[in-house]
Every structure is written in C-alpha cells, then in structure tokens.
Design a protein around this ligand. Structure first.
Ligand SMILES: [Zn+2]
Length: 205
C-alpha cells in the first residue's frame, strides 16, 4: 500500500537544516514531524491496528566519500586506489569508491576514472525489476547493470536509462550536472554512442 504524508507549509518552514562550523555539524530547526494515527478496523468495526505516519529528515554524513558524490555533479567519476607499498593488493582500484583498502585498511588515494569509464566500461551482468523500494525515482522497469571497468578490481551497480542491456555491451556514464542531487542517481548509464539529444533532462556526458 502506498502512503504519502506531505508536511504542511508551516512544518516545511521549520524543517531542519545543517550548517558546518569549524568542521562540525550544527543542526537547526525540526527533524521530526508527528501526524495523527488512523485506526485500521475490520468490517465489523473491530480494531485491527493503526497507521503510524512518520516524517523525519535524515542527516546522511558522507565523510570520506563526499568527493565521489560531489564529483558526479561535475561530470566526473572518482574511484579509489590502494597505494600502500606493503599491501599485497597495492595498485588495486576500487569502484564503488572505498575510503580504505579492504585488504590492508590503508587510506586509499582518490583517482579520476572518468575517461576509463567513457572508453572501456561494459555490462558484466544485469537485472531488470518491476518492483522497487520506497522512494524510488527511476522509471520502471529498472534495468540495473553491473558495470565492469578495465583495470578496476570491483564491479559497480548502476541503472541503464536508455536501450536494452546485454552482457558485454559497451556503456557510457551520464551525469546530472544540472541541479545535482548528490546521490547515486546523479550518474546513470546509456549504451555507447547514444545520441546526446536523447539524454534525460539535466544529464550530460
Ligand atoms: Zn591495501
């Protein structure tokens, strides 16, 4: 069942925001709004339960991954690489972005793999789903693609927003450079050589 609660204009005017002062979060305003419950009753009027509306503003701290989310809005894909000379996996490049090397726990170096992604990314496997989680903004069915990059030791899940996925097909990232949301959907995938005129609103190569 789909339930939607929209905060009133008055509630929205008090909605919480966060500033950073001397490297620390300083939240102000309200982060939780309460709305009345409604009873759930059977055909005879017997109480079976209640709906429980909740409206909360979640603070998602990006920490060391912030550069990944910020870069997508600038049309760039940032990965990370282990440069620890004592690590067996030295030189491994990770995408999704990992702050620390999973093998040696050394802090990784940020590397720009935009050109690599544009030239050498292929579909490793894919999955098409009609059912989505709450708050999905992608059109259904969603064509999830696991993207493989040359020289990268991990595989990235993304969404193919144009065309039909095939294993081994070349794909190219597109970025929401106009009004980015700073979430993973700021980067989507299209088949190689897809016409620029047919990209979703706000996205560029
Ligand atoms: Zn390492």
């Amino acid at each position: 069942m789909k339930m939607e609660h929209k905060a009133s204009a008055e509630e929205d005017s008090k909605r919480g925001t966060v500033k950073v002062v001397n490297g620390r979060y300083k939240p102000s305003g309200l982060f939780h709004f309460i709305s009345p419950n409604t009873p759930i009753k059977d055909e005879t009027g017997k109480l079976m339960g209640i709906t429980n509306p909740r409206d909360m503003t979640f603070i998602h701290s990006y920490g060391g991954e912030a550069i990944f989310f910020e870069s997508m809005g600038l049309g760039k894909l940032m990965a990370s690489r282990c440069d620890n000379p004592d690590c067996e996996s030295k030189g491994s490049i990770f995408m999704p972005f990992r702050i620390h090397c999973p093998d040696c726990l050394f802090k990784n170096t940020v590397v720009d793999i935009t050109e690599r992604a544009k030239k050498n990314a292929i579909v490793h496997s894919f999955m098409i789903t009609e059912r989505t989680g709450a708050f999905n903004t992608l059109p259904t069915p969603i064509k999830f693609v696991n993207v493989e990059f040359e020289g990268v030791c991990t595989i990235l899940m993304g969404a193919l927003i144009r065309g039909e996925p095939k294993i081994g097909m070349r794909v190219v990232p597109i970025f929401k450079t106009k009004n980015p949301d700073y979430i993973i959907t700021d980067m989507l995938w299209v088949p190689a050589d897809w016409p620029t005129e047919d990209l979703p609103e706000g996205y560029t190569y």
